[in-house]
Design a protein around this ligand. Structure first.
Ligand SMILES: [Zn+2]
Length: 185
């Protein structure tokens, strides 16, 4: 076998190792969008736990059924009732801008602070709901398990969680923060 072939073989083995581990990692099979239909937020009226419920998530469609409701004070509001920025095209057609914010510690629609969040030394630990929090917990644990098992590979399987959340030195702190947040139910 010449040098080139050896190199290719090594690359192939390395690539398929990454592929297999990625596949295992993705076997959790969920993304942020799987948790987006029920989001716990801080009620803008009474500061207790309220919920933002929506159906199919789409950035393009107006979210007619998306609704904020608070079981404590009874406040409720549809997303379609909230004023949105408008943009007028040259031909005079008015477009409503659906400025949904996904992946921050606020809900995408009303931009209310999430109920489940905790400021930590390196960033904010947040989750849309308790199922999401459990998912993050299993991700953090899995990430560390895989890293322990593949000590010689200097790459991370992460990409989905901020780096600080998957650092071994932060493990206990993050897992205990998750437990603290779970008690918010
Ligand atoms: Zn309320």
């Amino acid at each position: 076998m010449n040098l080139l072939n050896q190199k290719n073989l090594a690359k192939f083995i390395f690539d398929s190792t990454i592929y297999n581990l990625k596949k295992r990692f993705d076997a959790y099979g969920k993304t942020l969008y799987d948790f987006i239909n029920n989001i716990y937020v801080v009620c803008p009226h009474c500061s207790k736990q309220a919920i933002v419920q929506s159906e199919e998530f789409s950035k393009r469609q107006i979210q007619n059924e998306t609704k904020l409701s608070c079981p404590n004070c009874g406040f409720n509001k549809y997303y379609k009732e909230t004023p949105r920025e408008k943009w007028v095209s040259k031909s005079g057609i008015v477009h409503e801008i659906n400025d949904l914010v996904v992946g921050k510690n606020i809900d995408p629609y009303f931009k209310l602070p999430l109920w489940i969040q905790l400021r930590m030394r390196d960033g904010i630990l947040w989750a849309y709901n308790f199922e999401h929090l459990d998912f993050i917990k299993s991700h953090v644990e899995a990430e560390l398990r895989y890293r322990d098992a593949t000590k010689n590979l200097h790459w991370s399987l992460g990409a989905k969680l901020p780096k600080w959340m998957t650092l071994k030195k932060n493990r206990n702190e993050i897992l205990s923060a998750i437990d603290k947040l779970k008690r918010l139910t």
